[in-house]
Design a binder for this molecule. Structure first.
Ligand code: SF4
Length: 100
């Protein structure tokens, strides 16, 4: 059995896993979120198209990021420039080097 080919530009399939409490967002991730208008000055998340209920669930998910080589909050992954899509509980990650 062979894996179906990954979409163009996607290097990793990263499983999303439930966690008790998602890892804290890094300052860089917060800045990134704020710069794209997905977080207000008080640090409250406002992601377009994501309902408060979904957001609550996303906050209890994490991924073992193959690029940063550590566990990070799914919210951070979702806004990462390497994020391609999420299908069946897996993140399609472009896997480019990140500067943070
Ligand atoms: S999309 Fe970004 S944060 Fe998510 S797994 Fe890929 S490199 Fe890591």
């Amino acid at each position: 059995m062979s894996d179906s080919p990954l979409p163009e530009g996607v290097k990793h399939l990263v499983p999303v896993k439930p966690v008790e409490k998602a890892p804290k967002l890094t300052d860089e991730a917060k800045k990134e979120l704020q710069s794209v208008g997905m977080m207000d000055d008080k640090g409250k998340l406002k992601i377009k198209g994501v309902s408060p209920k979904m957001l609550k669930r996303m906050k209890q998910e994490a991924v073992d990021c193959p690029v940063l080589q550590k566990e990070i909050a799914f919210v951070q992954c979702y806004v990462c420039r390497n994020f391609h899509s999420r299908i069946s509980g897996k993140v399609y990650c472009k896997g480019e080097p990140l500067t943070y």
